[in-house]
Design a protein around this ligand. Structure first.
Ligand code: HAM
Length: 426
């Protein structure tokens, strides 16, 4: 016997029935954006490596340690996308979307790739739903973006997540703050690697999880206390709009994100039940990114929500299964005339939006009923020679156990299933 092949390490499958909830979560996270005028964008899975080096930042872990990079047959350096923002901005510039009405509001969903150490909730192929808005400085845009994510999570019934919010300042106020922070870090007792990080990206040191480091950072200067007037006003305005949108947040001036492009409003959603991998989504403004990638000097803001981790959070809060079954009626047809009639009937029902399936391979009634149960079909229709003679079928309600005889037409079935007391099929 030949040996079976497993998926690469850290790459999750979503087989049914869990795949139903995966799709449900993805749609729920995207729905607020589709209702707010965001257009879908489909993006390539791989891009030129330079895009991420320039867009995400060479000093980030994502770029320096986690990219899946290879040389293609034409000797070009290619990278499997580790995140979505850089690709969206590249596509906006390349397709000249920024020359049309502003702001450009886009959403996307799909897989991203990071060579991280796999563990529960940390995958090498991860799934996100994201939005990006380009060409608006309005603080109401920041609040809209955050509110879309927030209400995506609440629409799933999630209650225990926390939204952390801060401002990272701009090109006016961040450089002087950075120097102040570096000066402070110079007085701390840090190992060589951390000193190097302080020289390259001092904000990242604030995120150091080690107690020995954190103990020295209690009195570290924080960006939020050094915002310029414009940034402070912008941040105050974002908070007012957030309150008006019914969003609850917690200010976290120590919030540090893993990507370099952020400016001003920055946020992260965390779920306490997910252990070390608690970030279920995050994002912020990136007012310099478009220009850094060779486009017009337009500001932007967006988020990426982790579909995998959001599903884990829903499972941890006991909200799943969201979807119990995927068909409305399961047909069991016994004998060739009944099978032929059922095939025609199912075609008509499917065209009219009713999901149905039948027992194939002439199974026994018992094994066909088992299948119906496994598929969680709310109704089972049984047709045999007897029913064919009277143009009828037997319809069994699998929830109540009631059985009725109906004419074997799609109209009769639809009329019965959609009668006011049975509106919800699944
Ligand atoms: P990010 O924080 O790197 O941001 O990723 C967003 C979300 O993707 C995380 O909060 C997490 O839920 C999920 N995620 C990240 N890495 C993994 C992993 N290894 N396994 C499972 N889930 C993961 C971005 O990617 C930015 N592009 C977001 C953004 C858009 N900012 C502005 N616009």
């Amino acid at each position: 016997m030949v040996s079976a092949i497993n998926a690469p390490k850290g790459v999750p499958d979503y087989p049914p029935p869990r795949s139903r909830d995966f799709l449900y979560v993805r749609q729920a996270l995207a729905e607020p954006a589709t209702r707010a005028g965001y257009e879908y964008i489909e993006l390539p899975i791989f891009e030129s490596t330079d895009l991420f080096i320039r867009g995400v930042g060479e000093s980030t872990d994502v770029v320096s340690k986690e990219m899946y990079t290879f040389t293609d047959r034409g000797d070009r350096s290619i990278t499997l996308r580790p995140e979505g923002t850089a690709g969206v901005i590249r596509a906006i510039i390349e397709n000249r979307l920024d020359k049309g009405p502003l702001p450009v509001k886009l959403w996307y969903a799909g897989p991203f790739f990071r060579a991280e150490r796999p563990q529960q909730g940390r995958y090498r192929q991860l799934q996100q739903v994201g939005v990006e808005v380009v060409g608006s400085d309005d603080p109401a845009t920041d609040a809209e973006v955050i509110s879309l994510a927030y209400h995506g999570f609440t629409s799933l019934g999630l209650q225990r997540f926390v939204l952390n919010l801060t401002s990272l300042g701009c090109s006016t106020c961040r450089p002087p703050y950075r120097l102040i922070l570096q000066e402070f870090l110079g007085t701390c007792d840090l190992d060589q690697e951390t000193r190097e990080r302080a020289a390259l990206n001092p904000l990242r040191v604030l995120d150091d999880k080690r107690e020995t480091v954190q103990a020295q950072l209690t009195h570290a200067p924080l960006m939020i206390d050094f915002l310029c007037l414009d940034c402070a006003e912008h941040y105050a305005s974002v908070r007012s709009y957030l309150s008006a949108s019914g969003v609850q947040w917690q200010e976290n001036p120590r919030l540090v994100r893993g990507l370099d492009y952020y400016t001003r409003t920055t946020f992260e959603f965390v779920h306490p039940d997910l252990g070390a991998q608690s970030g279920i989504g995050g994002g912020g403004r990136y007012d310099g990114l478009m220009a850094d990638l060779g486009g017009a000097s337009l500001s932007g803001i967006g988020f990426g929500l982790g579909t995998d981790r959001t599903l884990l959070a829903c499972e941890a809060e006991g909200l799943t299964p969201f979807v119990r079954g995927i068909i409305d009626i399961y047909f069991i047809a016994i004998g060739e005339p009944a099978r032929l009639h059922t095939v025609a009937l199912m075609q008509s029902l499917r065209t009219q939006g009713i999901s149905c399936d039948m027992s194939f391979d002439s199974r026994s009634l018992k094994s066909a009923m088992k299948n119906a149960d496994r598929l969680a079909a709310p109704f089972v229709a049984i047709l045999g020679d007897h029913e064919m003679q009277s143009n009828s079928l037997q319809l069994k309600n699998m929830t109540t156990g009631e059985q009725e005889v109906l004419p074997s037409t799609s109209q009769a079935l639809i009329g019965h299933l959609l009668s006011p007391d049975r509106k919800a099929l699944r």
